[in-house]
Design a protein around this ligand. Structure first.
Ligand code: 5RP
Length: 223
């Protein structure tokens, strides 16, 4: 089975967690794209979605799904999103698609985070995937030094040779060389550094369920 097929498998399986009659929170990325495609089959049974990125909004709308502003709606029953890494406690690294801030906002607005991922994303310790951190550009050099003090190497993410600009108009640092053994404490610490918009550790907004795509089928992990 290809990685693409594993993603399609979990995207389809996530439909079981969508609550009929309720707005669903929708993440960002190639796995979520599979989920959005599958969600189109339920479009007459839900009012629509709250989206975590411009890219997901465009895809949802193209398939005829209504997209609500997060401020227009209350708490969501479920948020469905991918991950770059997920550990055995449901803690995740996210932001490979640069959408981490809005992802964390929609996750915080939702009662239940359902993570959809292929089996390569399951790790013992977070940190092998370069940790995305959205930052205010004028703070990038100082935050880079703060990560160096923790043993990490931060680099500004580039797109077409220039710093990538997020949906929120900010930059992304990708940090290598970290081993994040206490994700809750790490997220709390880095989030309060001046100039950090969002750190891509999702420990306070961890997954409640992970649908893991494996060649033997979808494994359901609960945390
Ligand atoms: C985007 C994310 C994605 O969920 C994460 O990067 C996984 O993406 P993919 O499903 O393409 O592997 O956090 O900001």
């Amino acid at each position: 089975m290809t990685q693409d097929e594993l993603k399609a498998q979990v995207g389809q399986a996530a439909l079981a967690y969508v609550v009929p009659g309720e707005i669903v929170g929708v993440g960002t990325g190639s796995t979520v794209n599979k989920f959005i495609d599958a969600l189109a089959t339920l479009k007459d049974r839900i009012p629509g979605a709250v989206s975590s990125s411009e890219a997901s909004t465009l895809r949802l709308q193209a398939l005829g799904l209504r997209v609500f502003d997060a401020n227009e709606v209350g708490e969501l029953a479920v948020y469905i999103d991918g991950a770059d890494e997920i550990d055995g406690r449901g803690y995740m690294v996210k932001g490979g698609g640069a959408a981490l801030t809005r992802e964390k906002i929609v996750a915080a607005q939702s009662r239940r985070f359902v993570c959809i991922a292929d089996a390569s994303k399951r790790v013992e310790v977070l940190g092998a995937f370069p940790l995305p951190v959205e930052v205010i550009p004028m703070a990038a050099a100082r935050i880079t030094r703060q990560f160096a003090a923790l043993g990490g190497t931060a680099r500004v993410r580039l797109k077409d040779g220039a710093p990538l600009v997020t949906d929120n108009g900010q930059h992304i640092l990708d940090v290598t060389g970290l081993s994040i053994k206490d994700p809750l404490a790490f997220e709390t610490e880095v989030n309060q550094w001046p100039g950090v918009v969002t750190v891509g550790v999702f420990a306070h907004q961890k997954a409640a369920v992970c649908l893991l795509g494996t060649p033997e089928g979808v494994r359901t992990l609960t945390f």
